[in-house]
Design a protein around this ligand. Sequence first.
Ligand code: F0G
Length: 488
Amino acid sequence: MSEPDGKQPSRRSWAEPYKIKVVEPLKMTTPEQRRRAIAEAGFNTFLLRSEDVYIDLLTDSGTGAMSDNQWAGMMLGDEAYAGSRNFYNLEATVREYYGFRHVIPTHQGRGAEHILSQIAVHDGDFVPGNMYFTTTRLHQELAGGQFVDVVIDEAHDPENEHPFKGNVDLDKLKRLIDKVGAKRIPYFCLHTTVNMGGGQPVSMDNIRETSHLCHNHGIRVFLDATRAVENAYFIKVRDAAFHDVSIVAILLQICSFADGCTMSGKKDCLVNIGGFLALNDDDLADEARNMVVIYEGLHTYGGMAGRDMEAMARGIVESVQFDHVRARVGQVEYLGERLIQAGVPVMRPVGGHGVFVDAKAFLPHVPQSQFPAQALAAALYVDSGVRGMERGAVSAGRDAITGENRLPKLELVRLTLPRRVYTQAHMDVTAESIVDLWDKRDRICGLEFTYEPKYLRFFRARFKPTIGAEILRDQDAPTPGAQPSTTR
Ligand code: F0G
């Protein structure tokens, strides 16, 4: 496939580089049904039944559509317990496109994070990274480590238009190394792109400099390569030095600065399940294989069926095609632009895998302790059946040492786009609902916990509205903070 340069040709649109062969009907619901469904779900969109959702933008994880070529590959699944041919195909494909020597399959990304954390992190260690991710940080903490955020300050400012907002602040990293010593830092955890920061990319210069700084101190660098292809796309279109370089070459260059990666195949790799840990170091890979057989499965399947490994191998090849990534990120940008034009506060620039609505700015009357992003996600569902996800104080959880609620600077509702699933018309319907909500935002109130799980609480927590029983009140209901009127 020919690869145009990264500059968009003027006056020419792009279109999805595929046509639709199979469709899955969507269920339409009434506002009354949705009010009931969200109350039953404890105002947590994770607890809704998927059947009750119209447009599902909860996550881009495992929700993409596979190609006919991937489905054909599923029929070639070799379900042998050991040494499946699909494993060797996957191994060769990861080596070719990501460049790492050892490939250890896992059931999904957190399986790889678990193993890497257990073999590399020790009690009292510090793991720096460009913003946390929920499962990644938890595995580092469970292994005795402490995550330290060294992303640039711009990443925490929803309005800042920095083109590479996922960049590492090298001074922050140097200060950490000076303070705790390189020996207490088992590795640097480099996210490409930064999920919790709005899907923001890291520049190639920054990746190189971070890698050099770490390696000069004997600190290894492991990528979270879950969305590294999307990061490669941003490097291509935003950095003039890479306009004429292919996604394939950029991805390989990104990986060349790292010692390995964890991967959730459910995103860039275009599959519904799967992941891997990739490493260059022979001894570390041996330790990882020791662990994988305990927790995931044999080192040649790691929790995946042979057919799933085949689908992932084929998905990786499709994922690095320029036309695919341009249409994928282009659809996210389309939704983002519609919201920006309507004056809705969203994280800028629009990221790679979703549009992140700034819930603090959207609901200024709801204090962060009442979880404005959680409330906005619930209200959006009631309005139109669109399901988004909270990425704010609920996701941030409690401080591992003090037990206090973490109140992150970013309080966001993530509208995450599954790959190759929805059309631009679905984006229009979504945008219209959010713009309507923006006009009636004072009718949305905050939430308080009725149940708070110990780990990764956002997945299963339950809430109730701070005022009345509805998250999105009718027009004539009292406004938040207003005194109830008395008839006496
Ligand atoms: N790293 C990043 C950056 C992720 O976004 C995820 C998952 C993981 C690791 C863990 O991978 O789910 O396969 O175990 N993110 C999903 C999301 C859950 O919705 O953002 P996993």
